[in-house]
Design a protein. Structure first.
Lengths: 64, 410
């Protein structure tokens, strides 16, 4: 599975960082950064939570 | 038949339900029962507002997220059809970028996102812990009973905002006094207005100082945008005032109402008192945000392009209200939704709204509430209400729900 992030949609809510700390971080302005676009399987539940709570629909999890 | 009662069978349209709806006096923590009925039976339906307008009301969780995430809705109160709030408190005014649409909304919002990044907020945690500990020391130094709202719930966010903005310590008393008046139950609209102007004038002057000599604080960062020509001094002041207003009474109400809800649910309070795991405390905060949902007048939008939802079509030029408190009680998402259960996973709640306008200060609000809920009941394990539930005055008519006062002793 591959994570896709559209940073220009990000509204800096920080929710992805709280949901999946190992996969997302924020830049100096709070905008989301992808740390790992192919996260290990054990992180997928966290990533799915991040997708669900992102208020701006900026994150997608796609089959590879 | 001339004597047939008005109703669908007679062809006479039923009057639309009035919004907002009253809560059940015996269940002050639950949303109005009528919202639950609509969620079950008419999840997207027209309602009537105080001014006679008839916007849509959306009550299911999934539908609300769909509408709030749709670019065909506007948060601009001047957009045709925008459902206006009655003004029990002298008008809501236009609160900067939260009542603008993209791209201008995004441009201005991004100017103030930096201090709310998770790491920046975490760096503030020791300072917030000290604020909370000092206030509790102050409480414990007195015989009680005290009003928890006045002596604890309001001062916490006011002092945290001082810390965040970079208000010098010597000015904290001035800042606290005026911000207290801005939201005080007994203040007249004139007094509130004067206090608000005092604070705005103060912030404008402080931004002026930071323009000349920048420091490492939020006001300096806002001042930097003025220097860069992105906003003017007036807009900078409005932005600082918006952050204050958005983070003050909201957090205070969560502290006081949350404490009352926990005192009414002693088994849940015991969990919080006895558990030191930061993850548990963080989860408890999410559940209290879900359960209490203090923004009880709905997230409001004007429709700018036809949207099909829940078997209805919302037309451009109509208004739409998302009653988020009932979405947080949607059984499709939260099983046994009316139960306060600090152990549940409540992270998908919409207490901070949804879509591009979702609360900017949520990381700070979360951290403040984690410190408060994680500290207050451990340090005052015998905390108890000093009045009967029937005597507590709830803020049924206010923009933000909560309690006017909460007498407590220990």
């Amino acid at each position: 599975m591959k994570v896709e992030l559209e940073a220009d949609k990000c509204v800096a809510s920080g929710q992805c960082v709280l949901a999946a700390t190992d996969v997302f971080d924020q830049d100096d302005d709070g905008i989301a950064i992808l740390l790992e676009d192919r996260p290990a399987d054990e992180l997928l539940d966290d990533v799915k939570e991040a997708v669900a709570v992102c208020p701006a629909a900026a994150i997608r999890l796609v089959e590879q | 038949m001339a004597d047939t009662l008005a109703g669908p069978a007679s062809g006479t349209p039923q009057p639309l339900p009035e919004f907002p709806m009253p809560r059940e006096a015996r269940c002050p923590f639950d949303p109005p029962p009528a919202l639950k009925d609509l969620q079950e039976q008419a999840p997207v339906t027209k309602v009537r507002l105080w001014d006679g307008s008839e916007p849509w009301l959306v009550t299911r969780y999934a539908d609300q997220r769909t509408v709030l995430g749709d670019p065909r809705v506007s948060a601009d109160t001047d957009s045709p059809g925008y459902p206006t709030k009655a003004s029990p408190e002298g008008g809501e005014g236009k609160l900067g970028f939260i009542m603008m649409d993209d791209p201008e909304h995004a441009r201005l919002r991004r100017m103030v996102t930096a201090p709310f990044a998770i790491k920046r907020v975490e760096a503030l945690r020791p300072a917030v812990q000290k604020i909370v500990d000092d206030l509790i020391d102050g409480l414990l130094g007195r015989p009680g009973p005290v009003d928890l709202v006045e002596e604890f719930a309001l001062p916490v966010p006011s002092l945290v905002i001082c810390e965040l903005l970079g208000v010098p310590y010597d000015d904290h008393a001035f800042f606290q006094d005026n911000t207290k008046t801005m939201v005080h139950r007994d203040a007249t609209p004139e007094q509130r207005g004067r206090a608000s102007r005092e604070v705005a004038g103060y912030l404008a002057a402080l931004i002026g100082k930071r323009l000349a000599e920048p420091r490492d604080d939020l006001l300096s960062s806002i001042a930097g945008r003025v220097t860069a020509g992105e906003i003017d001094h007036q807009q900078a002041t409005e932005m600082a005032l918006l952050l204050l207003i958005a983070g003050h009474e909201t957090t205070a109400n969560m502290i006081a109402l949350g404490t009352l809800a926990l005192l009414r649910n002693p088994d849940q309070l015991a969990l919080l008192r006895e558990n030191d795991d930061p993850k548990f405390v963080a989860g408890a905060v999410e559940e209290l945000l879900r359960y209490l949902h203090i923004t009880h007048l709905g997230r409001r939008r004007a429709v700018t392009g036809d949207i099909e939802i829940g078997g209805q079509v919302l037309r451009a030029g109509e208004g739409v209200i998302m009653a988020n408190e009932i979405a947080n009680r949607d059984p499709e998402v939260f099983p046994d939704p009316d139960r306060l259960d600090l152990t549940r996973d409540a992270r998908r709640h919409v207490a901070f709204g949804f879509g591009v306008h979702q609360c900017l200060g949520q990381p700070l609000a979360r951290m403040e509430l984690q410190v408060v809920y994680g500290t207050l009941y451990k340090r005052i394990p015998t905390l108890k209400p000093a009045c009967a539930l029937e005597d507590v005055r709830f803020k049924n008519d206010a923009f933000i729900y909560g309690v006017h006062e909460l007498p407590v002793s220990w």
